[in-house]
Ligand binder design. Structure first.
Ligand code: SF4
Length: 362
């Protein structure tokens, strides 16, 4: 396969096959700059010079989790030191704090609490909405939807309908990790299978509930697994159009069982991080937005990702206990002024957006 011919074809509208995408993801010498450059050109044609971000607040509900995934340092057993589960008053206090920070989105993050059922998830939505009726609530993963359905003896479709009626604005495309069951058996054996994740995401899109799409890479998967994962996302998007963006999540290894037990490497390299972004931009021709997780990459590599195909700086977040526990420093808050500096420095323009990517007025 000739790299230059392939990239020229892609820029001319050719749709990459899995084999071709894998070839691009495997580049190791200086020609990787050509892949980044092609991805940046596709980004420019698709969304222009604008870099977006949302003013949001992460709100951690509980770290008690039935799954205890090997790549995660956040989840705890209920009896473990440091385990917590917020009650109504605590959730509402955190929501008021978020309102003081003038966020447009609250992102609820939680372990998959063994005792949560559908009613508890609906209660949480109502607690948030009581305090902030017009806030966009971005919450819950397909794994939590499945857990709620099993605990309550109803279908996942019924759970989604009830969540939407209770004020869920968008579902998180998390718990995807790598959508290859052999890999999931190693990194997150207690989570939903690939097939169930795909079914719930399709159900959400069918109900008019948008979702993000995520990929958690850099642990035990191969480059071919990463492409298989992207291929599943591209197929879903082709059918539903319900993904708002791809969120690439680089594995943070330091404090996680998989790494400490010698079962996973020390995360992705910088080359892998930027190539994953670039190949995602080139392969996911039906996605408009590719996000930079600055909490995982850091601000400096995150800025470079904006030159490798990405166009969105995610949110202000204000706190990210999941990344902090895994060993990331500075994952808690990125001031829009710093985002402005990152984007202006590469000749781009920062704009605030809402969760659905409609532009904010300021
Ligand atoms: S990744 Fe999520 S589901 Fe897995 S242990 Fe951590 S909090 Fe629990």
């Amino acid at each position: 396969m000739n790299l230059r011919t392939l990239l020229s074809d892609v820029l001319g509208g050719h749709r990459l096959s899995e084999k071709e995408a894998l070839f691009l993801l495997s580049v190791k010498d200086r020609s990787l700059f050509e892949v980044w450059c092609a991805a940046d050109r596709v980004r420019e044609e698709k969304v222009g010079p604008v870099v977006t971000y949302v003013r949001n607040q992460n709100l951690h509900l509980s770290n008690i989790c039935k799954n205890l995934c090997g790549f995660c340092a956040f989840g705890r057993r209920a009896t473990d030191e440091g385990a917590f589960c917020d009650d109504r008053d605590t959730v509402q206090r955190k929501v008021r704090l978020a309102l003081d920070r003038k966020v447009s989105e609250i992102c609820l993050l939680s372990g998959v609490h063994p005792e949560f059922d559908t009613d508890r998830y609906l209660d949480i939505l109502s607690w948030v909405k009581e305090v902030a009726p017009s806030i966009h609530v971005h919450a819950f993963s397909p794994d939590e939807v499945n857990h709620a359905a099993v605990r309550s003896g109803i279908s996942t479709l019924e759970v989604l309908q009830a969540m939407r009626e209770a004020g869920l604005g968008s579902l998180q495309g998390t718990a995807a990790e790598i959508l290859v069951d052999e890999v999931r058996e190693i990194i997150c054996p207690a989570k939903v299978s690939t097939g169930v994740w795909v079914r719930i995401i399709r159900e959400a899109h069918g109900q008019g509930i948008p979702t993000t799409a995520t990929i958690m890479y850099g642990s035990c998967e191969t480059p071919a697994d990463r492409i298989k994962h992207l291929s599943i996302l591209r197929d879903i998007q082709g059918d539903t159009g319900g993904f708002t963006e791809l969120v690439p999540l680089s594995y943070l290894h330091q404090n996680t069982p998989l790494y400490l037990e010698g079962k996973a490497p020390a995360g992705a390299t910088g080359r892998e991080d930027l190539l994953l972004i670039a190949v995602s931009r080139l392969y996911l021709d039906n996605f408009r937005n590719i996000q930079v997780s600055w909490g995982k990459l850091g601000v400096k590599l995150g800025q470079m990702a904006l030159l490798a195909g990405a166009n969105d700086l995610a949110g202000t977040m204000f706190s990210d206990d999941v990344s902090e526990k895994a060993g990331a420093g500075g994952a808690d808050y990125l001031n829009p002024l710093e985002m402005e500096r990152m984007t202006a420095d590469i000749g781009r323009v920062l704009r605030r957006r809402f969760t659905d990517y409609t532009p904010a007025d300021d």
